[in-house]
Design a protein around this ligand. Sequence first.
Ligand SMILES: [Zn+2]
Length: 201
Amino acid sequence: MPVTVSRHLLTIVFLVLLLAVFCQQNPDIVQQTTYNMKQWLVLLTILTLMSNDNKARHGESNIEHLRNLPENTNFKEIPDSFWQKHLTPLQYQVCRKAGTERPFTGYYNTHYKDGIFYCSVCGQPLFSSKTKFNSGSGWPSFYEPISPDAVTLHEDHSYGMFRIEVRCSRCDSHLGHVFNDGPPPTGKRYCINSVCLFQKE
Ligand SMILES: [Zn+2]
């Protein structure tokens, strides 16, 4: 997260310096209305990029809904309307409606901080960072779950393919799929949507 913020700050500083140099060298043009419009467009673009990034980061770690649920909650009995109301749109679409986030967009795709990856819907421990590897697929990849009963496997015949779907065993949320082209020691590749995961900071 701080890496993303500092990247934006550097971009803004660079653009401001660029504008300052441009203004110094072209004092006449600065007076023109067209230039002012361009300036506003640049500022708007920066603000839009920053607001989109904030939304994405918020979506990754949005577990506020868990704070209001009792510890012994049976997550499989929670109605769909609750998830629709409390999860982010991307979280709901991917985790509850078996969607897929766009590759290379998830926060945890290139995130290698040590620790446990929890289900972002119910908080159950799912994967350890020790089993995470770079598959190049664009999604966080692990060679095994944190324990055999952390996930359940289901046949998936959608989109004319045969795949094995991976779900969280506690809340039944869709996590991703598992393939047989992973590294040793298991040879498995658990291809998991980043938005279904979160790590404690
Ligand atoms: Zn779960």
